[in-house]
Design a protein around this ligand. Structure first.
Ligand code: ADP
Ligand code: MG
Length: 252
């Protein structure tokens, strides 16, 4: 693949090209291409089972693609293991929160930073800064185990940012949250590109969140692309309404 073809916006792109993933005959992804840069919040939506989490798994090295390439700032990372991709600047959250329950909130963030190659001191400073950024300093020394669910999800986002990523991939960060908690999370996510110089790939069923914070939205169905565009276009696109918006997505 030519270097020039993968560049754009200073070459700081996360790009997946023609990705397919087959699970014993089932095509979870079928020739899907997406590309985002570090200044934007890019939404990925589609019905349950359409391949959203599989794409995040491929981007972060947790799932091998059957075909296709992934590049980060022009570097081919397709066959890299997850830890190496993490150190190169990709960070993620999981659909189910996975905090270290016996550690404090601050320690959870610090460990993420150290795990991604920051020095102990840099990880500690960054963890403190992020908790301040999230207005969460007062809970820094609470054990993760004691946090209510909504706080846990916030800390999950903080932890993804703790490794100083170029891109964060957020897999349904607002799942199960109340409307007020959704508003908090939306405000937090909306500030990520400008405050951290970090692009966001956001998977979310809650249309209010997606339409409220994303600059561009990519819609998939059965592992294939249906449409891509700004929120206004996506909401009125007949293919999208048929594939997704008309099908009463959960939690919307
Ligand atoms: P989404 O996140 O959009 O709900 P997923 O990416 O989790 O969808 O799943 C896409 C499809 O791939 C689904 O049909 C799912 O059952 C299947 N799938 C996902 N992971 C695996 C796996 N490890 N083994 C077999 N099938 C899988
Ligand atoms: Mg999923």
């Amino acid at each position: 693949m030519s270097e020039a073809a993968t560049k754009g916006s200073n070459g700081e792109l996360l790009e997946a090209r023609d990705i397919s993933v087959h699970f014993e005959g089932l095509a979870a992804l079928d020739g899907l291409s997406v590309s985002l840069d570090r200044t934007e919040i890019f939404g990925l939506i589609g019905p349950n089972g359409s391949g959203k989490t599989t794409l995040v798994n491929v981007l972060t090295g947790f799932q091998k693609a059957t075909a296709g390439r992934v590049t980060l700032s022009g570097r081919d990372i397709t066959d890299w293991p997850p830890y190496r991709i993490g150190r190169a600047g990709l960070s993620r959250t999981f659909q189910a929160v996975r905090l270290f329950r016996d550690l404090s909130v601050l320690e959870n963030l610090e460990i993420a930073g150290v795990g991604h190659g920051l020095s102990r001191r840099a990880a500690e400073k960054r963890a403190v800064d992020i908790l301040e950024w999230m207005n969460f300093e007062h809970k820094a020394y609470d054990l993760a185990d004691t946090l209510p669910y909504g706080d846990e999800r916030r800390v999950g986002i903080g932890r993804a940012l703790a490794s100083a990523p170029q891109f964060v991939l957020l897999d349904e960060p607002a799942a199960g949250l109340t409307d007020a908690e959704c508003d908090d999370i939306m405000q937090l996510i909306a500030r990520i590109p400008a405050d951290f110089g970090c692009g966001v790939l956001l998977i979310e069923h809650n249309m209010r969140v997606i339409m409220g914070v994303c600059g561009r939205i990519h819609v998939i169905e059965s592992g294939q692309s249906v449409a891509e565009g700004p929120p206004g276009d996506i909401q009125s696109n007949p293919d999208v309404i048929r594939a997704y918006l008309g099908s009463k997505p959960q939690d919307a």
